[in-house]
Write a protein that binds this ligand. Structure first.
Ligand SMILES: [Zn+2]
Length: 215
């Protein structure tokens, strides 16, 4: 994501990301239109009655419980499948475990910062659907990962952990792409509407047109 509001206006982006905290402590993107913190705005717009709040947290609790076993089972399967690969990597790098751990921590942190709709169950459900799709493909023998189309770990920009910034691609394609983001040669130019259309709107557009058969 673009760091400067002037650049964001130039590229017609809905959001930009300064990397600094808002006055309420969020490390969150800001709206280009009024420079408001997205997290603050999201919270401000969601006015919940105590009953609704209770209902939401209960729903969330049930949902977490339901996914817990699935997650554990998936982790077991993953380990069984990747045992050999892990072994060779460990042999190649004595610090493999520590290095992986710190890389994972950095990734999780970036994901947490990019995850701005934590209270929105509908968005979470859509994110989980994407991860479930990846698991289905992997269960069928594929090697897929969930990719952030605009990377969340990049010095130039910060994508969001939102359904319209996620896509399921092969692990190989993902490792080629890495955390690279080139505003001149990125997906922005390959999109309908050209290079200056708003990134988020365009991602939604692209998904819509792609899912239509024959277009
Ligand atoms: Zn804020």
């Amino acid at each position: 994501m673009i760091r400067d509001v002037r650049m964001a206006r130039h590229w017609n982006c809905t959001y930009y990301y300064t990397g600094r905290r808002c006055k309420n402590g969020h490390l969150s993107p800001r709206f280009t239109s009024n420079k408001a913190c997205v997290a603050c705005e999201t919270i401000r717009r969601t006015v919940l009655t105590p009953e609704a709040r209770e209902h939401l947290s209960e729903k969330q609790r049930q949902y977490d419980q339901a996914r817990k076993d699935k997650k554990r089972e998936y982790a077991r399967l993953w380990y069984r499948k990747n045992k050999e690969r892990l072994k060779t990597r460990r042999q190649a790098h004595p610090n493999y475990k520590r290095r992986m751990r710190s890389a994972n921590e950095q990734y999780r942190k970036a994901k947490r910062n990019a995850y701005i709709y934590t209270h929105d169950i509908e968005i979470q459900r859509r994110i989980d659907e994407i991860y479930d799709r990846m698991r289905e493909l992997n269960d069928a023998g594929g090697d897929f990962v969930v990719d952030h189309i605009i990377p969340i770990q990049n010095p130039l920009c910060c994508g969001l952990h939102v359904p319209w910034n996620l896509s399921v691609i092969t692990r190989k394609a993902n490792s080629v792409k890495g955390n690279d983001f080139d505003p001149d040669h990125s997906f922005l130019n390959g999109m309908e509407g050209g290079d200056s259309a708003a990134a988020n709107g365009n991602l939604l557009e692209r998904k819509k047109t792609r899912s239509k058969p024959g277009s």
